[in-house]
Design a binder for this molecule. Structure first.
Ligand code: NAD
Length: 697
């Protein structure tokens, strides 16, 4: 079967790329070779006046083959990968015949680069064009960073290349990325017509085309934005800015060479390996590849949600948005009215943000029915409990909920800390009980930590995963244990920040180190948002088991108690670790008196290791205890749950990035200086001794 077929129409050769047996066209080696041959034949054929490049798929070209790239560890191999395609593109540009791209559906990465090497582009109205390489720790390697700014101008090119977000056909037309937009059915005719009317010369190959001086102010602004949003592992965006700026001042061929060298450097970088691995891991998690096989699919039509507060309201809204009939149960009429009003507000926010039409919002709200008891639930397919974190309240709710819904339907608790195996005892049938730990705001956050108790059945797990798939959530499955996985690791992180605070390190320095590392928000600001009294409860319950290694030398609770005694309770009261001016944190002068500095100032690198190594160590302990099944779940949970920087690939890939041997040595030094919580678990020592890794690449 050919990959690229040729059909001639009135002197125009239409080359249709249609990868046999694949849902999308990707730039595999075979496809590129065949495209090159077909192009060469058409260029050499005297009856051909022009060429149209089209796709036989629903989308144009999805880009390069990431699995090929992931295997490359030698920069020379990376350059060789793009060498052939670069030569084909220059041949297209200088072959003397007009070439037009007919873009339908998605054109991503290498797909857009191919279109840029054509002399003109027509897009169907359903087209979506993007250069997402930066999100994979890469940059375009087939001339994209050089052709795009020369075609559409530096400003819009920087946006597309450093933001990584796709644009639709209309936006592409406005910015000059495509020359025409037509209805899908007219695409080929329009492309053929354009091929007749186009001159086969690229702007950068015109006689007299000169390198342009880059706009220094524009780059300064872009670099400032890059510094704000990149952590230390995110090297791709800065590299993209560099090659565009350097390349613009060079003749075109030299500019391509500049890009090629930088591209090769990124391909072999730990950042790209981490991000590409994570990309596949997230896809698998989204597709719920880990669902127990053999359990029949569970077709849900309805769900009961108990508790209409912050979390329950979000869960109810999300379930209704997924098309389920939702019964929301509250403790009384007043609480119910409050809960429903808050849900309506969530709908309003979705409309304002353009994520939902008013009509869709109305349909979603109409699917939510509120009540104050458990009547009429016999046909309901699943129950989710999200009432206050008090065991006695949850016990009463679970008794009633589990007796009221369809027998066999899963009953899930959104508890953050209470053991699932204990709560299961309150259900008529403990086998149907499971933990489903959502993250707020529920309608936006994809992660759900699913927790199996000792008696949770495989059928219940499968049914819960089917429910979460419907809700478009990304689950990880963990086993029961104090703080499960995510709460336990986050506590080790934010708790370490509190211990640092107690040693007199300033909140500003702690938070700056964390955000420079790549966390979205610093741990002190985050703790203020949670509220310090609540945090004392969370830490106390996570560390109530005194055998925990993570408690050794950990002073988080004492520090928080001192703050609360000083009247510092958190952001909501305008006074926490920080003071608040118009909602923004500003440093609080009393902190230094409450926690005087001990000894010399602590270097940033030491703080960084304490905050980040603590998370990885706690994750390894959770793995040793069987809470986590594998390193991939740990990494997915960390980037979705508490936004561990993606450039490190997640919390265990972070150890790989540092190298296990060095990581263990650093932990030994930390343990000697700050306490036993930094002692490396045995499995990690074993890994270090054999220079092992959590992930192959
Ligand atoms: P919340 O206080 O906002 O809401 C709790 C709701 O439960 C209230 O509306 C209350 O009226 C209702 N309620 C209390 N007793 C009830 C009863 N007997 N029957 C029916 N409704 C009852 O609390 P929240 O933040 O939504 O937390 C709910 C659960 O989710 C807790 O277990 C919490 O630990 C967990 N959780 C919270 C978060 C978070 O970020 N807030 C994140 C993950 C998990």
């Amino acid at each position: 079967m050919p990959i690229v077929a040729r059909n001639d129409r009135d002197g125009i050769a239409v080359l249709t790329w249609d990868q046999p047996g694949a849902p999308v066209n990707t730039k595999t080696r075979a496809a590129q070779e065949e495209l090159a041959q077909q192009l060469e034949a058409a260029l050499a054929d005297d009856i051909v006046l022009g060429i149209v490049l089209a796709s036989g798929k629903r989308g144009f070209v999805a880009g390069g083959d990431l699995r090929d790239l992931q295997r490359v560890t030698d920069p020379a191999e990376a350059t060789a990968l793009v060498e052939a395609v670069r030569a084909v593109m220059r041949r297209m540009e200088k072959g003397g015949k007009p070439i037009v791209a007919a873009i339908n559906g998605a054109a991503m990465g290498g797909g857009v680069e191919l279109a840029l090497a054509c002399h003109a582009r027509v897009a169907a109205s359903d087209a979506l064009l993007g250069l997402p390489e930066v999100t994979l720790g890469l940059m375009p390697g087939a001339g994209g960073t050089q052709r795009l700014p020369r075609l559409i101008g530096v400003g819009p090119a920087l946006d597309l290349l450093t933001g990584g977000k796709p644009v639709d056909a209309v936006a592409a037309l406005e910015m000059g990325l495509v020359d025409r937009v037509v209805p899908r059915d007219d695409l080929l005719d329009a492309a053929i017509a354009l091929a007749r009317a186009t001159r086969p010369v690229q702007p950068w190959d015109r006689v007299g085309a000169k390198p342009q001086a880059a706009d220094a102010a524009l780059f300064a602004k872009a670099r400032a934005q890059c510094a704000r949003r990149s952590g230390i592992a995110d090297i791709a965006e800065a590299a993209i800015l560099d090659v565009i700026e350097t390349g613009l001042a060079q003749p075109f061929e030299a500019a391509l060479e500049t890009e090629r060298r930088a591209f090769a450097g990124l391909v072999v970088s730990a950042t790209a390996k981490n991000r590409i691995r994570l990309h596949f891991a997230l896809n698998d998690a989204r597709a719920i590849k880990g669902r127990p096989q053999g359990e029949p699919p569970y077709h849900l039509r309805s769900v009961a949600v108990v508790g209409g507060g912050t979390m329950g309201g979000g869960i109810a809204f999300t379930a209704a948005a997924a098309g389920l009939a939702v019964t929301l149960i509250e403790v009384g009429d007043e609480a119910l009215a409050r809960g429903l009003a808050a849900i309506a507000k969530t709908g309003e926010r979705q409309v304002k943000a353009g994520r939902m039409t008013p009509a869709d919002r109305d349909a979603v709200l109409a699917r939510i029915k509120g009540q104050t008891g458990y009547a009429g639930l016999a046909e309901v397919d699943a129950g989710i409990e999200a009432v206050v974190e008090v065991e006695a309240v949850k016990a009463a709710v679970l008794r009633q909920l589990s007796a009221a819904i369809r027998p066999g339907g899963p009953v899930a608790s959104n508890t953050s800390t209470l053991p699932i195996t204990t709560l299961a005892g309150y259900c008529a049938d403990p086998e149907v009980f499971i933990g489903a730990h959502f993250f707020g705001p529920v309608e936006r956050m994809p992660l759900v930590e699913v927790i199996c108790g000792a008696r949770t059945s495989e059928a219940t797990l499968a049914r819960t995963l089917d429910l979460l798939k419907l809700l478009r959530k990304t689950p990880i499955v963990v086993q029961d244990g104090l703080g499960f996985y995510t709460s336990r690791v986050v506590a080790s992180y934010t708790g370490e920040a509190m211990t640092l605070l107690g040693e007199g390190v300033s909140a500003g320095q702690i938070d700056r180190v964390a955000t420079e590392f790549g966390m979205v928000i610093g741990p002190c600001a985050m703790n203020d948002m949670t509220g310090l009294p609540l945090l004392i409860d969370i830490f106390s319950s996570v560390r109530s088991d005194d055998t925990r290694v993570s408690n050794r030398g950990n002073r988080a609770v004492e520090v928080l108690q001192a703050l609360v005694e000083a009247g510092r309770t958190g952001r909501r009261d305008g006074a926490g670790i920080y003071d608040y001016a118009e909602g923004k944190p500003v440093s609080w002068g009393g902190l230094a008196a409450l926690f005087p500095r001990q000894g010399a100032a602590m270097p940033d690198a030491e703080i960084r290791k304490r905050l980040m190594h603590a998370q990885a160590l706690e994750t390894v302990r959770a793995m040793e205890e069987g809470i986590l099944a594998n390193a991939t779940d740990a990494d997915v949970g960390s980037v979705l749950g508490w936004m561990f920087p993606r450039g490190f690939g997640g919390v265990l890939s972070y150890v790989d990035t540092i190298g296990a041997r060095r990581f263990v040595a650093e932990c030994d030094a930390l343990a000697a200086a700050y306490g036993g919580r930094f002692e490396a678990p045995q499995s990690l020592r074993d890994m270090a001794a054999r220079d092992g890794r959590f992930h192959a690449l």
